[in-house]
Design a protein around this ligand. Sequence first.
Ligand code: DGY
Length: 329
Amino acid sequence: MRSRYLVTTAIPGLGLPLLREAGEVTILPEAPDYETLAALCASGDYDVVLTQLRDVIDAPLLARARIRGVSNFAVGYNNIDLDAATTGGVMVANTPGVLTDATADIALLLILGTARRVVEADRLVREGRFKGWAPELMLGSDVSGAVLGLAGFGRIARAVARRAIGFGLEVIFSPRPPGDRPVSNEELGEFAGRVRQVPWDELVKRSDFLSLHVPLTDRTRHLVDAAVLKRMKPEAILINTARGPVVDEAALVQALANGEIAGAGLDVFEDEPRLAVGLADLPNTVLLPHIGSATVAVRNEMARLSALNAIAIAEGRVPAHAVNPQSWT
Ligand code: DGY
């Protein structure tokens, strides 16, 4: 029998041709709601589901599901209950590596864009309010010489560090906030002597730019809350290209409105696509629609990887990017 794939949202590039070559492909005409997706997963009509971040694959859905695996079109997989998948023998795979540089570029863009007020400046020009060069027009803050604090020191954080060093920033990091673990020089590799590990509390207090690079877990949900925002410098800028719920967005709006911190550059939001009340009214923010990985080449590569993961799972092989390979043992 040919493998059967359920694709919740069409993917670009080679993704669909690869799947069609390997089996029967059903692409949903629109993003499914939870009940629809749960019923499709329980139907027994599909071997593998190719999901997007907004597709919630939780324990109740997995308890009813008759599928071999889930191939997530993303590196993050916080939309999937991994423990429940593992217990239920459902293999989960993701797309790591290919979006590292694109996401780091967006983090740098947010650092530069918030520091130099690029959205406000663009709006001023478009709205006909530019009356000519002036000594105090749109003054921002310096990037070179500033302290960049990286919360997390995985692939994307390192790619941000590489860029930031080039821009003359001093880079400090905490590898696993809010906890700690020593990172040896050997593990630092090319960064040994060029970046410095500090405890989470010091990272919060010293950073001119605090950039988040942690996965969303129970430990990192609201890692940046009202108390953390109060400990940041008043001139500091928060950058989030990781996951929205890592920040208490309502507390962030308050902190920005009260001048507790100077600005925020966000590519992700707590309850996407909705924004916390008041966030969009604040001038000292740059807000992007979760486009960290949004380049043509990266999305094509994510599609190829997620299709290959799905095919491997359907054919009973552990995929190259299995998140829970132990689910089949
Ligand atoms: C991911 O892959 O986790 C990003 O958030 C979307 O590309």
